[in-house]
Design a protein around this ligand. Structure first.
Ligand SMILES: Cc1cc2nc3c(=O)[nH]c(=O)nc-3n(C[C@H](O)[C@H](O)[C@H](O)COP(=O)(O)OP(=O)(O)OC[C@H]3O[C@@H](n4cnc5c(N)ncnc54)[C@H](O)[C@@H]3O)c2cc1C
Ligand code: SF4
Length: 568
């Protein structure tokens, strides 16, 4: 700062800086700017404006250059999304060369670097966590105790749900608290069939409709955002021109912009957070401009770190000062450790020869869900914790390719319904362990001169046993429902394929064993808040993003009140 004129510094100075504009950064931007703070949002990727920048949103398959399947050359550029690259959405995912990593152990890291982050491409499943999750580590003796309980977050869940628009049923399940729901979408008839089978055969298990961030009945707050009712096109992850599902681009960012208090700066790769040794707090951030590679500094009184779990760890680890030689706030050496994720290794599919009289009408952007039932009230298996299940079902069609000329055409046009089919995927809780960690590589750098991340994360016996149990239990439920062709597999996929990375800067009560306090504030640098997946003490079986939204809104409220009291 010393060489800059006071005016130049003023131009670069804001009340708050938010790093990242994805799901959690969008909420930080909205809350801080709505509360009157001049807020700078730094986003490493390009700008993506709602509707205007959704290039494939209304394209038919034949309008995509390769009918949706990109060339092998292009697929190679997305090695971390092997087998999942789709021409209609690939512009919202990161090519490996943009940010190479060193995989000490295999790690499939899915990233979306643009304004809106992964909020454009997520699957929108939004369940609240319960005290089975927040009390889990203390009860079952792993990781450390969460510094909060469900009661601390419940009002903030309500707050974010009302604004985002969450559809679902009030199912009254203790492990899956009900929320502020818009009407639920419908189950398919094969899911209803399985639901009835499970209800009749098990006391402890339920199949319910998923809770998802789709507007099924717009409320005034959604119309004020310019969003409309979901049309069930199921082309969501191309960006939705109706704003039918929640994304930062459709919802929180335009809302923040409207306050006049937000400045959004795309192409701004945050290198590190600047620590002011004299003041004993962070004074701003160092940025590499992605286009010019110029290094810039921006200053603010409060900083929200929302780069997504692993990137937020990276930024903190790369923020070196005399006070923090091992990374910002890292007095206990635990930064980057206890990385955890969800276990999606178990997959099962089947077909059903019944219900031939029922056909499909329309589509659904949602899926059904079997909440966790294992080890809820007592330890009943030889592995810790449990799993939830996502399910989707439908009825395919078959067509004959016999004949030539007019006959062939007629056969191709004349589809006949096939059997009903169903598939399910596991979402298991992975126990955070110190050995599962990420760190900075000593010499390898990314294109912006920032150290590359080394990923060192692996499965344990607990995960293997859980997958085994999942496959057995789902096979049993499918068999009882009369399903045939049951195919249950352990994919043995690498960690990270499971898209819900968490931990590394966990919340806790004790600065000796955690990085963040109950307000998501770094214990050792109180004007820095981390409210994305990096803060998570354990992983639950529920999807995480709704919890990031609630934690972010709560932390922003606290940060502003602390700023007003001049405590930070
Ligand atoms: C296919 C898929 C399906 C998913 N489905 C679900 C689901 O159903 N339910 C659920 O809860 N979650 C789901 N997730 C996970 C969900 O997308 C993430 O939990 C969520 O997006 C995390 O929010 P975030 O703000 O932490 O990160 P992101 O949304 O990833 O945003 C982070 C932003 O920070 C930016 N950034 C990163 N580093 C820097 C830097 N150094 N400088 C500046 N900017 C930076 C990135 O470019 C990005 O825009 C899914 C993810 C994927 C990929
Ligand atoms: S299903 Fe709904 S949210 Fe998804 S693209 Fe269609 S209208 Fe939009």
């Amino acid at each position: 700062m010393a060489n800059l004129s006071i005016d130049a510094v003023k131009k670069m100075t804001y009340d708050a800086i938010v790093i990242g504009s994805g799901i959690s950064g969008g909420w930080a931007a909205k809350e801080l700017s709505e509360k009157g703070l001049k807020t700078l949002v730094l986003e490493r990727g390009r700008d993506v404006q709602h509707v205007k920048d959704y290039p494939t949103a209304t394209k038919h398959p034949w309008e995509l250059e390769h009918r949706g399947r990109p060339s092998l050359e292009v697929q190679k550029e997305f090695a971390t999304r092997k087998g999942k690259v789709d021409e209609a959405t690939m512009h919202f995912f990161v090519k490996d060369a943009e940010q190479p990593i060193v995989q000490e152990k295999p790690f499939t890291w899915t990233r979306g670097y643009q304004v809106g982050g992964k909020s454009l491409t997520w699957a929108r499943q939004t369940q609240r966590w319960s005290d089975f999750d927040f009390e889990g580590p203390a009860r079952d003796g792993f990781a450390i105790d969460w510094p909060i309980r469900y009661i601390d977050l419940a009002p903030w869940y309500s707050y974010v749900e009302k604004f985002a628009g969450i559809s679902g049923n009030r199912d009254g399940l203790p492990q899956l608290p009900d929320g502020e729901f818009l009407p639920a979408t419908e189950l398919s008839c094969i899911e209803t069939h399985l639901q009835r089978t499970i209800a009749s055969k098990y006391k402890d298990r339920q199949l319910i409709q998923g809770r998802c961030a789709h507007i099924t009945e717009p409320q005034p707050i959604h119309l004020q955002q310019g969003r409309a009712k979901c049309q069930h096109r199921t082309m969501c992850n191309r960006g939705c021109p109706f704003g039918g599902y929640f994304s930062s681009n459709a919802s929180t960012l335009p809302w923040a912009a409207r306050t006049g208090n937000m400045t959004l700066r795309p192409h701004s790769v945050v290198h590190s957070i600047i620590y002011d040794e004299q003041k004993g707090k962070a004074s701003g951030v160092r940025v590499v401009d992605a286009n010019t590679k110029e290094v810039l500094e921006f200053y603010a009184s409060v900083i929200f770190v929302n780069g997504s779990a692993l990137n937020s760890n990276l930024i903190l680890m790369n923020s070196i000062s005399s006070r923090f030689p091992n990374g910002l706030g890292n007095d206990n050496g635990l930064l980057g450790k206890y990385i955890s994720w969800h276990n999606y290794r178990g997959k099962i599919s089947a077909s059903y020869e019944g219900l031939q009289e029922v056909t499909i009408d329309g589509r659904t952007p949602n899926n059904s869900y079997i909440p966790r039932f294992r080890n809820l009230y007592r330890q009943e298996t030889d592995f810790l914790r449990g799993y939830a299940t996502g399910l989707g079902g439908g009825r395919g069609t078959a067509r004959s390719t016999d004949g030539i000329g007019a006959n062939l055409k007629a056969n191709l046009l004349n589809r006949t319904p096939g059997n009903w089919h169903i598939s399910a995927w596991m979402q298991g809780e992975v126990i955070p362990r110190e050995s599962n960690h990420i760190r900075l590589h000593a010499t390898e750098k990314d294109p912006y001169g920032i150290p590359q991340l080394v990923t060192s994360c692996d499965w344990t016996e607990n995960d293997d046993k859980m997958v085994q149990d999942y496959l057995e239990q789902l096979t049993e439920m499918f068999t009882l429902a009369g399903f045939t062709n049951i195919n249950a597999v352990d994919t043995h996929s690498a960690p990270g394929a499971d898209i819900h990375e968490m931990g590394g800067a966990r919340m806790g009560k004790d600065p000796k064993t955690s990085l963040l306090n109950k307000w998501n504030q770094l214990h050792a640098c109180e004007n820095v808040f981390v409210t994305d997946g990096a803060c998570m003490t354990s992983t639950s079986t529920q999807n995480p993003s709704l919890t990031y939204m609630a934690l972010t809104a709560r932390a922003a409220d606290y940060a502003v009140s602390e700023l007003k009291k001049r405590n930070i």
